[in-house]
Design a protein around this ligand. Structure first.
Ligand code: AR6
Length: 180
């Protein structure tokens, strides 16, 4: 599995699956969530509502992941995951790593080969960016080998991009594409 970094908008990514930094209601919000629903159109919300009527009556728990159609996005799938709200002194880091592990497990079940992740919890949920990047890399590295060939982190601004580059500094085989 190859890990790549790009600075950009996750809704532009031509990958099999994009990851939504959702909330447990699965009914939309701001940030990545708002952008995905805006660009992906009503089919995504309809699929989320259907999930709420069936297996996820109480919503999607923190650290878990579930897939829907990608609607009008270039990606075929959206995999929704719920990051933890940053709330020291509670240690919620394993929930954050779990978002990446669980998302990759769902992706593998779908036969996904390329997947784009945002910096889960690093926006509205307030997780400090440097640690959000470290937990992201750890979570990806904890995932079982699967069909996934490329994990692409798509970072919206330079500060987050630099944090992920630093977190990956000790890893080999990383391709950095700031202009993609
Ligand atoms: N593409 C890539 N990254 C983005 C984009 C985009 N289009 N838009 C924002 N980011 P956030 P969270 C970056 O707040 O912290 C929502 O209301 C952003 O700069 O989207 O997990 C949900 O419904 C930041 O670095 O997710 C939840 O209620 C990162 O993506 C809550 O926010 C994550 O920011 C989830 O908060």
């Amino acid at each position: 599995m190859r890990i790549t970094l790009v600075r950009g908008d996750i809704t532009d990514q031509e990958v099999d699956a994009v990851v939504n930094a959702a909330n447990s209601s699965l009914l939309g919000g701001g940030g990545v969530d708002g952008a995905i629903h805006d660009r992906g159109g009503p089919a995504i919300l309809a699929a989320c509502k259907a999930l709420r009527r069936t297996g996820y009556v109480d919503g999607l728990p923190t650290g878990q992941a579930v897939a829907t159609t990608g609607g009008d996005l270039p990606a075929k799938w959206v995999i929704h995951t719920v990051g933890p709200v940053y709330s020291p002194p509670l240690d919620r880091t394993d929930f954050l790593r779990s978002c990446y592990r669980e998302t990759l497990r769902v992706a593998a079940d779908l036969g996904v080969r390329t997947i784009a992740f945002p910096a889960v919890s690093a926006g509205v949920y307030g997780w400090p960016v440097a640690d959000a990047a470290r937990q992201a890399v750890l979570g990806i590295r904890q995932a079982a080998p699967s069909s996934v060939e490329e994990v692409r982190f798509v970072l919206f601004n330079e500060e987050v991009f630099d944090a992920f580059r630093k977190a990956l500094d000790d890893g080999g085989g990383v391709r950095v594409s700031p202009d993609a």
